[in-house]
Design a protein around this ligand. Structure first.
Ligand SMILES: [Zn+2]
Length: 362
């Protein structure tokens, strides 16, 4: 129990007049209050932290302010009062330590709350926080490196993984180019067909799209491929692909890019597998589908090819490592209903161009 109001009898000299005034000392919070013993008037208040306390002899205590400009002092001149003053002083220190413990507890709690907040809120949203800060030219460089990482992961020594038949690539560019005027993208997307895995397509950061060669043998018409590309353009437009990479690779990867140091970051192996294997969030898929349907409508392309393609991959692959955009029944139904309302039937490629595109890997 701390008694703040216990009184200590002492004498006070104000430093100006050569006399000692009998006073009572008491503690008020962190201050030593000096009161005239005769009328209880407060003569002075000194912060405990500024006191210079000297035990000049047994039973005799001299108390002054550290402020040398002040010559006022207090003297306590008997054992009992010295003891009483020391008790005031000790009580103050005890309380300070207790406050210190409370403060320590407070800061520990705050630190724990911060760590929990990092795990509960910051990390799951880290991509949302970081991605808007990444300049597009950096995102483009990241996209090129991620594509390289993916190709390394799919590496096949016996065969060139990238399909580059010139006529096929030019038909592919034509398809993408038809949609670009309505796509509201920063750049013309770079679309590449590559030899790996079951039918699927990926959007990479910086406006890159990869389509597996088996996709071309699965679809019936170029309009279906446009539907697939339109969906991927949606991921590019919404910067989902950049978010996806940040979620998979971590912020350190992006920071290393921002400071121009790419040496310590391995993009191969696990990263490649994670990028193709990890699903987008359901709302990202829905938004990319909505974007695709709007883009197909503005380009006067029927979404029925996309609906059929999704139906096929839902039935045949069930996801596997290429589960980055799961063809859920919800998605298939959404696109099917849009395709039933569409009367678009624009022919986008000649038969020769379509054949060249289908043979892009030959
Ligand atoms: Zn998707």
């Amino acid at each position: 129990m701390i008694e703040q109001n216990s009184l200590v009898e002492a004498f006070y000299a104000d430093g100006e007049q050569p006399r000692l005034v009998p006073v009572n000392l008491r503690r008020d919070g962190d201050e030593l209050v000096i009161c005239d013993r005769s009328d209880n008037q407060i003569l002075d208040k000194w912060p405990f932290g500024s006191l210079l306390i000297e035990e000049q002899s047994a039973g005799r205590l001299h108390i002054a302010l550290r402020d040398l400009a002040r010559t006022a002092y207090v003297e306590i001149s008997n054992d009992k009062q010295v003891f009483a003053f020391k008790k005031l002083w000790t009580d103050l220190r005890t309380q300070r330590q207790e406050n210190g413990v409370v403060r320590l507890f407070f800061w520990c709690s705050a630190a724990i709350v911060s760590v929990v907040a990092i795990f509960v809120w910051v990390l799951p949203n880290i991509a949302g926080i970081v991605v808007p800060l990444i300049p597009y030219h950096i995102e483009q460089r990241i996209g090129i490196n991620v594509e390289k990482a993916l190709f390394d992961w799919f590496d096949r020594a016996d065969i060139e993984i990238r399909c580059s038949n010139i006529a096929g690539q030019s038909a592919l560019n034509k398809l993408a180019g038809i949609m670009v005027p309505h796509a509201n993208l920063l750049d013309l997307p770079a679309v590449t067909v590559f030899r790996a895995g079951p039918p699927n397509a990926f959007a990479l950061p910086g406006g890159r799209v990869l389509v597996t060669a088996s996709t071309l043998s699965t679809i019936e018409a170029p309009e279906a491929l446009m539907g697939i590309l339109a969906h991927e353009f949606g991921h590019i437009h919404n910067r989902d692909s950049m978010r996806h990479v940040v979620n998979v690779a971590g912020v350190g990867f992006v920071i290393s890019f921002l400071i121009g140091d790419f040496s310590g970051v391995s993009l191969t192996g696990i990263l490649g597998k994670e990028i193709v294997g990890r699903s987008y969030a359901r709302n990202q898929e829905r938004e990319a589908d909505e974007y695709a349907l709007n883009l197909l409508r503005d380009t006067q392309i029927s979404p029925s090819g996309l609906a059929i393609f999704l139906n096929d991959i839902a039935a045949n692959t069930g996801g596997g490592v290429f589960s980055s955009h799961p063809a859920t029944s919800e998605r298939v139904a959404f696109i099917q209903s849009a395709s039933q309302n569409s009367s678009a039937n624009k022919k986008v490629l000649s038969d020769d161009e379509w054949q060249a595109l289908k043979n892009i890997c030959n």
